[in-house]
Design a protein around this ligand. Structure first.
Ligand code: NAD
Length: 329
């Protein structure tokens, strides 16, 4: 095509191998597309493949994104699967599955999403054996554990988006309360991404100044702080009720994890991954502040929790463990 426009350079070497960053997003629904758009405008990948069983919608979404490529850094965006154009991806991000309906908890989705993952994961393992797997589908801690078991991949390379979004919501609401920028608030939500998640109040700090003093009192009203956490925990439900799904913030949260992996950033993020020997917690995927780079989750912070936080975390782990135990994988 266009032979008259170009003169091929006969001295081009064929063994030059530039490493292209290749990603696959499985599930091109509201969350998958928010991830794709965010990753496209933040130059995460050289090649981005979107996979979905709803192929008509997928074609439309991909066309829509491709028409935006002239406005961003070059990226090749394709509709396909891990078995064809997605082979040997560096990262496979899974957002496929049933989403919550108003009134449903994240845990209500387990059975439907486990069945979907049983179909998806074997191909991911076969065609992308060296990929890092990033799970976003809910209930995300359960789906991360399920993926770990179904894939047989090393635990470092099976990561859930966990409470990265919840921690961002926590920082945002605290920042609003204090009239500062959320980047300057250090605060973590750990445990399950869901109803049993745990706010680590004892470690919330601004410029190294803890929110609570050693005696456990704060300048801010305790009831107001508790209300902030309730709003964080219920934010997903609230948005679902208002607009039917959540998308932008989870797209950005997922992109942050992707950047940490692809660029080897050693960032501390509250991703979900396999936890063993932490306050007696064993063999459960849940979120703790963890160091994330190109090798995946390489270590976790040995967070010192007060008694109440320890109990809450152990309770959260127990809820997840009880569900794992009911799954026939
Ligand atoms: P959605 O219904 O809009 O999209 C789901 C997509 O998955 C659909 O396009 C569907 O066709 C596709 N799909 C289903 N089975 C598939 C298969 N076997 N292969 C490929 N694609 C398949 O839902 P959504 O709002 O995008 O939510 C997706 C998931 O993300 C849900 O589980 C939701 O609860 C979860 N979520 C997680 C977080 C988080 O913080 N981890 C936040 C928001 C939503």
């Amino acid at each position: 095509m266009f032979e008259t426009l170009f003169t091929p350079n006969s001295s081009v070497e064929t063994n030059v191998n530039i490493r292209l960053r290749k990603g696959v997003i499985i599930g091109a629904g509201q969350v998958g597309m928010a991830c794709a758009y965010s990753m496209m405008i933040q130059n995460c990948f050289d090649e981005l493949i979107l996979q979905d069983i709803n192929t008509d919608r997928l074609q439309g979404e991909v066309m829509d994104l491709i028409h935006g490529v002239p406005f961003v850094e070059p990226v090749e965006i394709k509709a396909g699967t891990v078995a064809d154009v997605g082979q040997n991806a560096d990262l496979v991000i899974i957002t496929a599955g049933a989403s919550q309906k108003p009134g449903e908890s994240r845990l209500d989705l387990v059975v439907r999403n486990v069945a979907i993952f049983k179909k998806l994961i074997p191909d991911v393992v076969k065609y992308c054996p060296n990929a890092t797997l990033l799970i976003v589908s809910n209930p995300v801690d359960i789906m991360t554990y399920v993926t770990l078991k179904l894939s047989g991949f090393p635990a470092a390379r099976v990561i859930g988006s966990g409470t990265v979004l919840d921690s961002a919501r926590f920082r945002t609401l605290l920042a609003q309360k204090m009239g500062i920028d959320p980047h300057s608030v250090h605060a973590y939500i750990i445990g399950e991404h869901g109803d049993s998640e745990v706010p680590v109040w004892s470690k919330v700090n601004i410029a190294g100044m803890p929110l609570y003093d050693r005696e456990g009192s704060s300048e801010l009203d305790n009831a107001a702080l508790q209300e902030i956490f309730e709003r964080v925990k219920n934010a997903g439900y609230e948005i679902l009720k208002l607009k039917g799904y959540t998308s932008y913030a989870i797209g950005l949260a997922t992109t942050e994890i992707v950047q940490a992996i692809l660029r080897g950033q050693d960032r501390i993020l509250t991703v979900s991954s396999l936890v063993n020997d932490f306050y007696g917690i064993h063999d459960v995927c849940l979120s703790l502040p963890s160091v994330v780079n190109e090798k995946g989750v390489i270590k976790m912070v040995n967070l010192t929790l007060n008694d109440r936080e320890q109990q809450q975390l152990i309770h959260s782990a127990q809820i997840l463990r009880n569900i794992f135990d009911t799954l026939a994988l």
